[in-house]
Design a protein around this ligand. Structure first.
Ligand SMILES: Cc1cc2nc3c(=O)[nH]c(=O)nc-3n(C[C@H](O)[C@H](O)[C@H](O)COP(=O)(O)OP(=O)(O)OC[C@H]3O[C@@H](n4cnc5c(N)ncnc54)[C@H](O)[C@@H]3O)c2cc1C
Length: 467
């Protein structure tokens, strides 16, 4: 029987990063993946393919602004969806191949098949050809990720009533895509098909889209997306989703009990994701799973069984690839006797629409709820030279700082390139910067990053320069 220091179940960003870090630290490491491609949700049906389609559709949407820039396009410009999807798949294949390369380079054993616990130190791998192999491990890391959630009364047929996985490989642009759930995944994929010509309606149970983020971001994103043609039905509870041939009918009810009926040809159900432990037989190792299906862990990501850890989407916290990666590295370092730490408050959240939305730290709503006195500085992108030069005028940067100490408590931004700009805020907050610290740092001119400096100036003493 093959024996390892560490066996990792699941090759998503949590699992494969953990495997690399384990190997770097000198552990004999194996990773088990039930699919033939490595990289998990993120690389195969999540972050990477969705960003590929967002990029392709963004290029197409940009055409509408070419004339403003003095570029005249003669002849018809058409979307070739088949080619767009094929390009996306090529990006995915290349990225997944890159993970395989990294496994080989770090001498990590890759075992293909469904991993399930035999006991606390043995995992059986059921292979596609019907054979099975059992490996022994001193330590085991559960990194089995998540799957799309559903509402109990919706029958997802994967053809017309679909999840994000099918939305990444449609064969036609929907005429009317009805999206159930206005979270990050629904909004991103909604913008892809909106740009490609679909009518897009979003039904959201809460009173706003991207409800976990600062309300100001949600308001601005709604405004911009409405301008682009997306329709929103917030504070609406979906009651039924029915397919009839190629048509899908969605009925939803508002707080007053009034019903709306939306007729579409596709409905994307994006109501969140659930931790995935199907087939894992966690009980055979004695590992506790919560009522909500999560693997229970302590602050060190250790389960109730001392040699078994769990990371990523399958444990509590934000379901984000970079959170899973940090946890993967952390567990490897704990196993090596180090004392790593993750500041979960500093895990940034991003929506890759255009304008992009990004945030780190506390929202205004959270600060108010916890009674923290804070001050706020905001700077609009339209006052930036760089934004005017490119024509990306929507959005703002908002910095929230402690009223007494001036320490930055939260940074919330929507606008061009915010997905990358948020890194400055993370660095600043990691080093406990004050708003004044940021305001006194030189920011290259003209850049979008100047909005951060200006928002910091506004938060410091209400002394932004360019408004
Ligand atoms: C459409 C979409 C877009 C997204 N975009 C972003 C984004 O832009 N940024 C971001 O940070 N996050 C994004 N996410 C979320 C991100 O994909 C997840 O947070 C991330 O993949 C979680 O990583 P993980 O390693 O915990 O699990 P996963 O990536 O889910 O990987 C788990 C792996 O374990 C395997 N597995 C499960 N059970 C077993 C078993 N018993 N035996 C063997 N293998 C098993 C699965 O097959 C899978 O490959 C997106 C998700 C979706 C769906």
């Amino acid at each position: 029987m093959n024996s390892f220091d560490v066996v990792i179940i699941g090759s998503g960003p949590g699992g494969y990063v953990s495997a690399i870090r384990c190997a770097q630290l000198g552990f004999k490491t194996a990773i088990i993946e039930k699919y033939s491609t490595l990289g998990g949700t993120c690389l195969n049906v999540g972050c990477i393919p969705s960003k590929a389609l967002l990029s392709s559709s963004h290029h197409y949407a940009e055409l509408a602004h070419f004339a403003d820039h003095g570029i005249e396009v003669s002849g018809e410009v058409k979307v070739n969806l088949e080619k767009m999807i094929a390009r996306k798949q090529a990006v995915v294949d290349q990225t997944s191949g890159g993970v395989k390369y990294l496994m080989d380079k770090n001498k990590i054993t890759v075992l293909e098949g469904l991993g399930s616990f035999v006991d606390a130190t043995h995992v059986a791998i059921a292979k596609a050809d019907g054979t099975s192999e059992t490996v022994e491990a001193k330590n085991i890391i559960i990194a089995t990720g998540s799957k799309p959630s559903n509402l109990p009364f919706i029958k997802i047929d994967k053809e017309r009533i679909i999840t994000s996985t099918e939305a990444l490989k449609l064969k036609e642009v929907p005429k009317h895509l009805v999206i159930i759930g206005g979270g990050v995944i629904g909004i991103e994929l909604g913008q892809v098909y909106l740009r490609l010509g679909a009518q897009v309606s979003v039904v959201e149970f809460m009173d706003r889209i991207i409800p976990g983020m600062d309300a100001s971001l949600s308001k601005e994103l709604t405004k911009v997306l409405k301008k682009q043609g997306m329709k929103f039905y917030v504070s609406h509870k979906v009651k039924s989703v029915e397919r009839n041939g190629d048509a899908v009918t969605v009925q939803a009810e508002n707080a007053k009990g009034e019903t709306i009926t939306l007729q579409g040809d596709y409905s994307l159900v994006s109501v969140g994701r659930r931790p995935y432990t199907d087939g894992l037989n966690a009980d055979k190792a004695g590992v506790k799973i919560s009522d909500r299906g999560m693997v229970e862990v302590n602050d060190h990501l250790q389960t109730n069984v001392p040699n078994i850890y769990a990371i990523g989407d399958v444990v509590r916290g934000a379901m984000l690839a970079h959170k899973a990666e940090e946890e993967g590295a952390m567990v490897a370092e704990i196993l090596a006797g180090q004392k790593p730490h993750i500041d979960y408050n500093l895990i940034p959240g991003v929506v890759y629409t255009w304008p992009e939305v990004a945030a780190v730290g506390q929202t205004e709503e959270q600060l108010k709820a916890s009674g923290v006195e804070f001050k706020s500085g905001t700077f609009p992108f339209k006052a930036l030279g760089r934004a005017r030069a490119s024509g990306d005028l929507d959005g703002f940067v908002k910095i929230l700082a402690d009223a007494k100490t001036d320490e930055v408590l939260g940074v919330h931004m929507i606008g061009a390139r915010c997905a990358d700009l948020i890194a400055e805020a993370v660095v600043a907050m990691e080093f406990k910067a004050s708003a004044e610290d940021i305001s006194r740092m030189s920011h290259a001119h003209p850049t979008f990053a100047e909005a951060i400096k200006e928002a910091a100036l506004a938060a410091t003493d209400n002394r932004a320069l360019h408004v």
